[in-house]
Design a protein around this ligand. Structure first.
Ligand code: B16
Ligand code: MG
Length: 221
């Protein structure tokens, strides 16, 4: 197989932290007087913290000075950290650990490619850090997905070329970032939303090396 590394998005692929982001953003939106729904929350997936706040303010038609926005983003993050600090290994999404173990046993490198600045804390809480050879996250990159920086950085950390990498992503912006990086991409979620990916699966359950090889060859499964 040509593939030498697999890069995993964190929120929505390894753990479902979207629910905690939603709780914290809703709490903040209510405080500002903005009605924010679960459907609106879809727009925030894979998007950076400050860009997420801008989307919420746009929904509420609210304009704020930069200093207040930074203050609000901090308040939201403090609440979010309060939620994720209680996460446990049971919250790792089905199939993830089995697949990562298979990859590592086959000598394929693994990395995290996430927009989140809270990546180290989440990995520590769910006890999965040791399974990844590199962590490229919001603390080491500055350009948000669909910019490919986060995935290119992961490849660089692993010492592989982009064409040797597979990305697993649940957000449209993330799929686009993987394609912009020149990598293969498996979408995690709905085919309708992630139609740009080379292949889409509902989750990592049942994913294995044989399937990866078939997707790499461009054969539809
Ligand atoms: P933080 P991913 C993304 O993580 C989330 O999907 C997105 O909703 C969040 O705003 C972003 O991380 C930043 O997170 O506020 O923790 O730095 O999907 O790229 O793993
Ligand atoms: Mg995600």
């Amino acid at each position: 197989m040509k593939t030498k590394a697999c890069i995993f998005d964190l929120d929505g692929v390894i753990v479902d932290t979207a629910k905690y982001h939603f709780l914290a953003w809703t709490r903040l939106a209510e405080q500002i007087g903005i009605h924010f729904t679960e459907k609106d929350n879809e727009r925030l997936k894979g998007v950076s913290r400050m860009d997420s706040l801008d989307i919420i303010l746009e929904i509420g038609n609210v304009t704020l000075p930069e200093s207040t926005k930074l203050e609000y983003a901090k308040v939201k993050n403090d609440w979010y950290v309060e939620y994720i600090s209680k996460m446990t290994p049971e919250e790792i999404l089905p199939g993830c650990l089995d697949f990562v173990r298979l990859l590592r046993a086959a000598g394929i490198k693994t990395a995290i490619g996430s927009a989140s600045k809270n990546t180290p804390m989440i990995l520590e809480r769910v006890g999965i850090g040791e399974y990844f050879d590199a962590v490229s996250d919001g603390n080491v990159v500055s350009k948000a997905k669909p910019n490919p920086e986060v995935f290119l950085k992961a490849a660089e950390m692993l010492g592989v070329t982009p064409s040797e990498c597979f990305v697993f992503e649940d957000a449209q912006a993330g799929v686009q970032a993987a394609l912009n990086a020149g990598m293969m991409c498996v979408g995690i979620g709905s085919e309708e939303v992630l139609d740009q990916a080379h292949h889409v699966v509902p989750g990592l359950e049942g994913m294995n090396l044989e399937k990866l090889e078939i997707i790499e060859k461009g054969i539809k499964i």
